[in-house]
Design a protein around this ligand. Sequence first.
Ligand SMILES: [Zn+2]
Ligand SMILES: [Zn+2]
Length: 251
Amino acid sequence: MLHNYHTHTKRCNHAQGEDREYVENAVKNGLKTLGFSDHAPYLFPNTDYQSSFRMKTDLLFEYAESVRSLAKEYEKDIRILCGFELEYYPDFHAEEMAFLKQVSPDYLIMGQHVLNSELTKWISPRSNEDWTLCMYVTEVLAGLATGDFLYLAHPDLSGYDYSEEVMQQEYRRLCEGAKRMHIPLELNFLGVRSNRHYPDRRFFKIAAEVGNDIVLGVDAHSPDIVFDPASEQTARQWADELGFHIVEKLL
Ligand SMILES: [Zn+2]
Ligand SMILES: [Zn+2]
């Protein structure tokens, strides 16, 4: 795997290591693209609320400057991109985009960890109630339709124990919508290496039938795992068995 667009930094409060350590391990293992996509600082207007799982808003410029300066320093060895992972909260999206544009990010990936919004009413998509899966897919498709996202991270982040009929219908609705919009879906290595409920083979079977492009995302929260051949082997085996198409380079 030569291109990874899903990498965090310690600024999000649940990752470790220095930015430079991520870069050095990526260079050591021959990566050609290392995309930083830390959990974006979120500008909730008219409130002091700061969420616990993303960088604080006053770190926006420091993050971008750190990534850009490493990009320059290591430009002979590797291409480093400055991106963000971001939820789609419709009520706040326009202002959030204007906020992030101050640092001209190279790309955004969508990771819908919260439904509705964490400020108004925090609804977890990770429950196993059918209605949350419907809501998750509806919000994800609306977010992708903005055209602001390069790809959808862990598309199967939602729960795993839905009624069979709803699961089939909603996963297919998500896959068909993403395909229509030409937006790749990620097979997430963090889920593979920590045995989470995602990636879900049932989801990727449907993605194979629909013909989605699948991108591999390391989702590194520590420098040692920025290269993860064991998860990559699992992902490529799934691709062979289920017949989905992996797209290696996006930018
Ligand atoms: Zn994270
Ligand atoms: Zn992530």
